[in-house]
Design a protein. Structure first.
Length: 281
């Protein structure tokens, strides 16, 4: 069990019921970390049932029935929205699925995902958790996020539901607002990394599909792709963010990119916050 009461990745949930878990997770979630929720005038520090219902797109009555233990056919889409709203860790998301639908969440559905099978998942999660307060995550060859620590979820809530780093950065409209100097500092280097990995792993269907999806979904990406730039990695790069977690304040981050010695199909990213306009971290 981890320090927040969740299970270690791979363990089954303990004897607590789903309503007990939901109430506990809801009460610990800080509304100030969620854009659009008023934090003043509240009687308690956590989220209300109304907050969670609003964040997950269901009625307050429907969500209240869930916390009372009423059984229903919960979709993966709803459970992922709930995981994101409650800022659940990967282990807690697994416990939610097991309690709600009797099975763990499915793996990423990207075709022919090149998984790093020789990596100890528990050790990897411990490494990521130990990077706190710096956000950190691990992604596979095609940039599917497979594990992350709690600060990463505070900064980027989209990571909670089988997210893909490149699809978010290059296709989601909010990314252009959150990634400062989006085209020059983020989009072009990211596209260069995709081209680099495509050249080194030409048989990867996951990378091939990632390229197709991004070029089909973004005219801007198609124009930048024609520059034929190639970038090996982002390690050491200093970039700027403007995300809701920092309440609109622009922050500089140093990107630390690592690969485990046992696999070149996995990358680990740590974001070290620095001073704006400075190379210091």
């Amino acid at each position: 069990m981890d320090s927040r009461g969740g299970q270690v990745e791979g363990d089954e949930p303990d004897g607590e019921s789903l309503p007990e878990l939901l109430r506990s997770w809801r009460s610990r979630t800080d509304p100030r970390a969620i854009m659009g929720l008023a934090a003043s005038g509240r009687r308690s520090k956590g989220l209300t049932q109304r907050d969670v219902a609003r964040l997950t797109g269901v009625s307050e009555r429907w969500y209240g029935a869930l916390e009372r233990g009423n059984e229903a056919k919960y979709s993966a889409d709803f459970l992922d929205r709930l995981s994101s709203a409650l800022r659940l860790s990967p282990a807690e998301r697994r416990a939610l699925y097991l309690r709600a639908v009797g099975r763990p969440p499915a793996l990423a559905s990207t075709p022919d995902v090149d998984a790093a099978t020789d990596v100890d998942e528990v050790l990897l999660q411990q490494f990521l958790d130990n990077q706190s307060p710096a956000p950190a995550f691990a992604a596979d060859l095609a940039w599917n996020v497979i594990s992350y620590n709690e600060p990463l979820l505070d900064w980027f809530p989209w990571a909670a539901y089988q997210a893909n780093q490149m699809r978010w950065a290059l296709l989601e409209p909010e990314a252009r607002e959150h990634l400062v100097n989006w085209e020059q500092d983020w989009a072009r280097p990211f596209l260069g990394q995709i081209r680099y990995e495509r050249a080194h792993h030409p048989k990867s269907e996951a990378l091939r599909q990632l390229e197709r999806d991004i070029l089909a979904g973004s005219p801007a990406a198609r124009q930048m792709w024609d520059r034929r730039e190639m970038v090996e990695h982002s390690h050491g790069a200093l970039r700027r963010l403007r995300i809701p977690y920092h309440q609109g304040r622009e922050v500089a981050v140093r990107i630390v990119a690592l690969r485990p010695m046992r696999s070149d199909l996995l990358r680990v990213i740590v974001l070290l916050e620095g001073r704006h306009g400075s190379d210091a971290v």
